[in-house]
Design a binder for this molecule. Structure first.
Ligand SMILES: NC(=O)C1=CN([C@@H]2O[C@H](COP(=O)(O)OP(=O)(O)OC[C@H]3O[C@@H](n4cnc5c(N)ncnc54)[C@H](O)[C@@H]3O)[C@@H](O)[C@H]2O)C=CC1
Ligand SMILES: O=C(O)C1=NCCCC1
Length: 356
């Protein structure tokens, strides 16, 4: 009988992810992934709207986010728990783990800490929306919220664009002070969301609010809004006026119509996916007020880059040795299989006797 003896999954944890993942690598890969997704070619990307399991006792949700890219041989899923935290809670709003599987054999190849992937992927996709939809010569960026996503967005937006001023607002003064201490450049601390966004060319909403924090009457015509929070059908960050006046883009039309309270409750139309703009099948209305509603997809390429970089080191050989300590023959076969597949690990087959 032929049995499958897969190498154990590698565990790639926080420090390693931080060392390997860079926003400059992610921009072109995520643009490519967004474009592929919007072409709806099942050999390119299959990525259904995530399934959600309520964690009622903890006011949270488990989201399952599988992706299959047949042409690229990538099968992965993210598991993300996110919460509607009590006001003032210091617990994380979202916690994520990523798993990479072998599509041919079904074994798990890697378990990867998802926190930094989520922070960077989300901020880079918002920055791609700004690259496509923000008016040329944008000077002022406003960030509403001061948590993990807020600082990730600050880092990526200030790396990719030349803003003259970055303003920030949070519900609490401590939040704003903490943000200002961790930001790498000057930030204008604002005492109200209105003060932060009046006259801003780009606005990022990254709060755990379930009610609108950004109102259309404050927003400068032609501004671009990247709306990142409110990922449940009854949660909102933006008011009805803004949703109705703006041209609305999303990462996934189906996702926005299933999961976004900002879209569903306002009845706003999703004009296009970012991928449609990248593919040239829908226009980028830079001259109009635009909203990019982010729901959180497209992590596949992040995992792929990480996995590739990780295995270009000696780590995989080490993990084989640790796992197969007792069996020299299998050790050698595992190594040979690694070399014969150009460093892309495959499960090792071996014969086992059937005991019936
Ligand atoms: N679209 C996407 O791909 C992703 C979305 N998210 C969402 O982004 C949001 C922020 O996530 P993190 O920065 O990780 O959370 P965090 O907990 O680090 O920060 C949350 C921020 O929201 C503020 N906040 C909470 N309740 C508020 C309210 N009622 N009004 C105004 N501000 C309020 C907090 O003061 C804090 O500044 C969450 O809603 C999260 O679910 C997170 C990851 C990916
Ligand atoms: O894509 C993600 O990751 C998340 N999306 C929405 C809510 C929290 C995390």
């Amino acid at each position: 009988m032929l049995d499958i003896m897969a190498a154990p999954p590698v565990v790639i944890w926080k420090q390693e992810v931080q060392r390997l993942l860079h926003c400059r690598d992610l921009v072109p890969r995520l643009e490519e992934a967004l474009g592929k997704f919007s072409r709806r070619d099942s050999a390119e990307v299959i990525q259904p709207v995530r399934s959600i399991l309520p964690l009622q006792k903890h006011h949270g949700f488990l989201g399952l986010m599988p992706t299959y890219m047949e042409n690229d041989g990538v099968l992965s899923t993210k598991l993300v728990c996110f919460y509607n935290r009590e006001a003032g809670s210091t617990l994380p709003a979202a916690t994520a783990t990523v798993m990479l599987l072998d599509p041919e054999f079904g074994n798990v190849k890697a378990v990867i800490d998802g926190e930094d992937i989520t922070k960077m992927r989300t901020a880079v996709v918002s920055a791609i929306s700004a690259k496509l939809l923000m008016c040329p010569g944008a000077d002022v960026l406003a960030i509403l919220g001061t948590g993990k996503q807020a600082i990730a967005h600050y880092n990526v937006f200030t790396e990719m664009f030349q803003f003259k001023e970055v303003r920030v607002w949070s519900r609490t003064r401590q939040g704003v002070e903490r943000f200002c201490r961790s930001a790498s450049g000057p930030v204008t601390a604002c005492v109200s969301a209105e003060e932060a966004v009046r006259g801003a060319d780009a606005i990022v909403t990254v709060t755990s609010s379930t009610e609108p924090v950004l109102f259309g009457r404050w927003v400068k015509p032609g501004a671009h809004v990247a709306a990142v929070g409110a990922c449940r059908p009854n949660w909102r960050e933006l008011d009805e006026v803004l949703m109705k006046e703006a041209v609305v883009y999303s990462d996934s039309r189906d996702g926005a119509m299933t999961e976004s309270g900002d879209v569903i409750l306002s009845g706003a139309e999703v004009f296009a996916e970012l991928g449609d703009v990248i593919n040239g099948t829908k226009p980028a209305h830079r001259e109009k007020t635009t909203v990019f509603k982010s729901l959180g997809k497209y992590l596949t390429f992040a995992q792929f880059i990480l996995y590739g970089k990780y295995f270009s080191t000696i780590q995989y050989i080490k993990s084989c040795f640790v796992y197969l300590q007792q069996d020299w023959e299998l050790k050698m076969r595992c190594l040979l299989s690694w070399f014969s597949t150009n460093g892309k690990p495959k499960p090792v087959y071996h014969e086992v006797s059937c005991q019936s």
